[in-house]
Design a protein around this ligand. Sequence first.
Ligand SMILES: Cc1cn([C@H]2C[C@H](O)[C@@H](COP(=O)(O)OP(=O)(O)OP(=O)(O)O)O2)c(=O)[nH]c1=O
Length: 192
Amino acid sequence: MCELILASASPRRKELLAQIGVVFKQSSVDINEDVLPGELPADYVQRLACEKSKEGFLRNGQQCAVLGADTTVVIDGYILGKPESEDQAVVMLQQLSGRTHQVMTGIALTNNGFTDSQVVVTHVTFKTLDAELCHRYWKTKEPCDKAGGYGIQGFGAIFVEKIEGSYSNVVGLPLAETSELLNKVGIKVWQY
Ligand SMILES: Cc1cn([C@H]2C[C@H](O)[C@@H](COP(=O)(O)OP(=O)(O)OP(=O)(O)O)O2)c(=O)[nH]c1=O
């Protein structure tokens, strides 16, 4: 019997959770990720993280604890999801250019039918980006599966002037907070 399931398709979340020595299985879930009318970004990522972990808990026989997470980029209170085209990606990156935005990740752990969750916020400041650079960046294929259209852990690192808060949170899983959530239900990190 497994102790923990990561309800995610994200290779980044898998790597991050493995980095802190947690033993787990990965099993993705499919949920509707539409934003509700008037929903605040922090409420949105928390709700989706809870839905992912609850769905994973039900799908996997309700025997293991299930961790879900959702990350979004927020500028001026608006949610930037994953870009679906080059034009959309360039518009997003131009919005982020020369300014500070927030990366919000909701994390949720369902165990014995009870779900505990929280939201972690990191402030990221971008240098000024010209449109030609944004078009060139799209061609690297890095932006398409990432909230806000960039990856801080990849080529997108060159856009970042300053970061305040958790780095792992930007990549998709805030590790300090995740370890606390796991510890509360008796799941240890560093299981070597
Ligand atoms: C801002 C930023 C986001 N991202 C990623 C983290 C998330 O994987 C993704 C946001 O999409 P999510 O919907 O949070 O996650 P996902 O679709 O990758 O995986 P799943 O829903 O199955 O758990 O953007 C980076 O990898 N680097 C970054 O710098």
